[in-house]
Design a protein around this ligand. Structure first.
Ligand SMILES: [Zn+2]
Length: 189
């Protein structure tokens, strides 16, 4: 099996020291203690760790490549805009969970509820969840399901907005960032 690990090192450390540490790490994890050989480093500084991983994946030949590039690591950056987006996301998450966890037919007056999909008549006392106990379909009315979908879509779009805002903050605060090495090691295990 191929094992892949991403290691992070401070850029203040010399490359020879980082490289020998990473090779040792690779040998320790490898089934037969194989040394990876030299590690190829790319002179690329990614905007963050996630983008560095994507960059290394684009350089990977898929055959035990041990490769490295650098990335910016930012302290937690926030702004009024980020905070307000965060609050909106939390609020909508709460609304979503509250609605989603409500057993819709728990308090109906009728003693039987019929499943819209398989038409089974279910005794109200046996309704412990929103899914039909026979065919498993979600029995809640479309209006409720639509509202849940709308919450999810809204949360998703606010998260995109928040991530863009954080990216923007990072670009403005590049001086506060530390440059790190991301070393990808791959070994047989
Ligand atoms: Zn059913």
């Amino acid at each position: 099996m191929h094992g892949i690990t991403y290691l992070i090192y401070d850029s203040k450390e010399s490359w020879s020291s980082i490289s020998s540490k990473a090779r040792k790490e690779c040998a320790n994890r490898s089934e037969y203690g194989h040394d990876s050989g030299s590690i190829t480093k790319y002179s690329h500084i990614a905007k963050n760790k996630e983008e560095a991983i994507e960059y290394l994946k684009s350089k990977d030949t898929g055959w035990y490549d041990c490769i490295a590039c650098q990335f910016y690591e930012f302290p937690n950056l926030s702004s009024k805009v980020v905070e307000s987006l965060d609050n909106k996301i939390k609020e909508l998450n709460n609304k979503y969970f509250e609605l989603n966890n409500t057993i819709h037919y728990a308090n109906v007056k009728a003693s039987f509820v019929s499943c819209p999909s398989c038409n089974s008549k279910i005794n109200r006392d046996f309704i412990k969840w929103n899914n039909c106990p026979i065919c498993r379909i979600d029995m809640r009315p479309k209006t409720i399901l639509d509202r849940l979908t709308q919450y999810k879509e809204k949360i998703k779009s606010l998260e995109i907005e928040k991530n863009n805002e954080i990216k923007h903050l990072q670009e403005k605060n590049i001086r506060k960032a530390k440059v790190k090495w991301l070393v990808k090691i791959e070994y047989h295990c």
